[in-house]
Write a protein that binds this ligand. Structure first.
Ligand code: SAH
Length: 547
């Protein structure tokens, strides 16, 4: 079962952890979600009900180690569409009971049997068809799709009422089912890619059709649908779109693949001779479900994301989504650890902080081989971070690595340290401000001095990144001396260290008090303008919007 790799094992307290870890061992790649501050799990949540609903709505299989009633009550507001729900099970904290609750058609009973076997108990299976036939006939395995749920239910009722069935077509998984078979049965299970309007059949479509697009245009999805209809094939039998490699950067193709909800592959091979043709589409029909990976290659993706300053709640959903679909994750070790935990099927490439260009080239190499690659930065990837390095690599590689240009590149923003620090302090960046890195690794020190002088003169609030390191011990004090030439000693300065991380500290000092001993590489320094004010004893700092 495909979904099993990303099961969410949800616990409320420490006492459920041993059983949770046993279940996790049975499903490599699954993660244990625990109540923040109460359990040391892989993922922390604050609100059980909200967390469960979010998992459910994201179609994540849920194994909750708690009373069935709690799970039912939490999910009740979301229970509308039965065909689209993930498996949901309640498991007793001590592992003594396994109760499938929801997801009858997405394999909950299969999961229940597996879990029960792992915990050495009998699962509480209550589905009648399942009990009689030993499996859910309406939840075919990966690679197959049930044609019609309502008809399927009527079919199962018929069998439960005493009818017999034939099997037409190749359904290897049904060998294990305990079906009342008869050669002359009125009812039939039909495994076919063709549309069947037949009340007495349980129709299951193997995903065995590939649609080869000869000349991609803007009407691809429509042409494929019409071609399928013309040849009597079900859209559920469609396994992939295949297009010529030259059309890799043609966006209408990925739009069409999304519309049709199938993967998009690129190949310069010709479709098979016996393919069915219509509307400029060649439909190749295989005997059994197609292994999509065996056709050509995918268009690689490279997404540069910002993790925000540290805590998971300051990471954007877009960044989380990119991480969830990544096959390869690259970045500086600290940040990669911040982005985890990862599933067993995700490859993680950790490198030293200084090897940015090399990391960017490596990312393009992986992506241009068809992989889904994510490069992580802290904060925002475009602020003194990987996004610029990735574009430099692309720019530099234009002549030597033309294939990099076909990679689908995206930059996902994040909450930068200056913004996170400012928010904690109030609104010091409430009016015009500038952002400066004090690191002279990549630019000469006199450029930095020049900019600080002009920013000070212009009365901009200044946010200093990379304020001081062991290799650059005196530069910070020099920078502050320049600012002091233009600003009063009472000017407020915000120092945020490890903002959004467990060790966070916030301090408000004056420009007169500021010196290098108060900052390090994990500190964000915001120096106020002549208008920046402090309320009370430094509770809030803000820069008014008007002069
Ligand atoms: N891309 C990052 C910045 C990278 S430069 C961003 O947008 O935030 C690294 C510098 O950012 C550090 O030297 C420090 O000055 C600042 N910084 C990064 N994370 C921080 C945090 N959590 N708290 C305070 N400062 C941080």
């Amino acid at each position: 079962m495909k979904a099993a790799s990303s099961i969410a094992i949800v616990v409320l307290g420490e006492s459920a952890l041993p059983v949770a870890r046993r279940i996790q061992a049975r499903y490599p790649g699954s993660l244990v979600h625990g109540f923040a501050n109460r359990v040391h799990a892989d993922i922390a949540y604050d609100d059980f009900g909200a967390h469960l609903r979010a998992l459910y709505l994201a179609a994540t299989p849920i194994v909750a180690l708690c009373a069935a009633g709690i799970v039912i009550r939490s999910l009740a507001p979301c229970l509308t569409n039965k065909s689209a729900e993930p498996p949901v099970l309640a498991v007793a904290q001590d592992g003594s009971a396994v109760v499938p609750l929801l997801g009858g058609t997405s394999g909950v009973n299969v999961l229940a049997r597996e879990l029960a076997a792992a915990l050495d108990v009998t699962p509480a299976i209550t589905t009648s068809g399942e009990l009689r036939f030993g499996m859910c006939l309406l939840a075919p395995p990966e690679g197959y799709a049930l044609a019609d749920m309502e008809r399927g239910k009527r079919f199962v009722s018929g069998l439960l009422a005493g009818e017999t069935t034939r099997i037409e077509g190749h359904a290897p998984w049904l060998h294990e089912a305990d079906l009342p078979r008869a050669h002359d049965a009125r009812l039939a299970v039909r495994i076919t890619p063709y549309v069947m309007n037949d009340e007495s059949s349980l129709v299951i479509h193997p995903r065995c059709v590939a649609a080869w697009i000869e000349a991609p245009d803007d009407a691809i999805a429509d042409r494929v649908q019409r071609a399928l209809r013309e040849h009597g094939l079900s859209p559920l039998a469609l396994a992939a779109l295949v297009a010529p490699t030259e059309s890799m950067t043609f966006d209408a193709l990925s739009d069409a693949a999304n519309t049709l909800d199938v993967p998009l592959r690129f190949s310069n091979e010709q479709p098979p001779n016996d393919a069915l043709r219509a509307h400029g589409v060649a439909l190749s029909v295989a005997e059994a479900p197609i292994d999509v990976e065996s056709i050509g290659r995918a268009r690689g993706r490279l997404t540069v994301i910002g993790l925000g300053p540290g805590s998971a709640d300051l990471m954007t959903p877009a960044a989380k989504a990119a991480l969830a679909s990544a096959q390869d994750v690259l970045g500086y070790e600290t940040y990669v650890r911040m982005a985890g935990p990862f599933r067993a099927d995700q490859r993680v490439h950790m490198t030293d902080n200084r090897e940015e260009l090399q990391r960017a080239r490596h990312a393009f190499e992986l992506a241009s081989a068809g992989r889904k690659v994510v490069v992580v930065s802290s904060g925002d990837p475009g602020v003194f971070a990987m996004a610029a390095a990735v574009l430099e690599a692309l720019d530099e590689g234009r002549a030597t690595h033309a294939e990099w240009a076909a990679v689908k590149l995206a930059i996902v923003p994040g909450v930068s340290a200056s913004l996170a620090t400012a928010a904690r302090a109030g609104a010091p960046l409430g009016h015009d401000f500038c952002v400066l890195s004090l690191s002279d690794n990549l630019k000469p020190w006199d450029v930095i001095e020049h900019r600080i002088r002009h920013a000070s003169e212009a009365d901009l609030v200044m946010a200093f990144y990379n304020p001081l390191s062991k290799a650059r011990p005196w530069q910070f004090d020099r920078a502050i001396d320049i600012v002091r030439e233009h600003r009063d000693a009472a000017t407020p300065v915000v120092l945020g260290r490890d903002v959004g991380r467990p060790a966070e500290t916030m301090r408000v000092v004056t420009l007169g008090e500021l010196h290098g001993g108060l900052v390090d590489m994990r500190t964000m320094v915001i120096v106020g303008s002549t208008k920046t004010r402090v309320i009370g004893n430094g509770e809030w700092v803000y820069t008014p919007r008007s002069y």
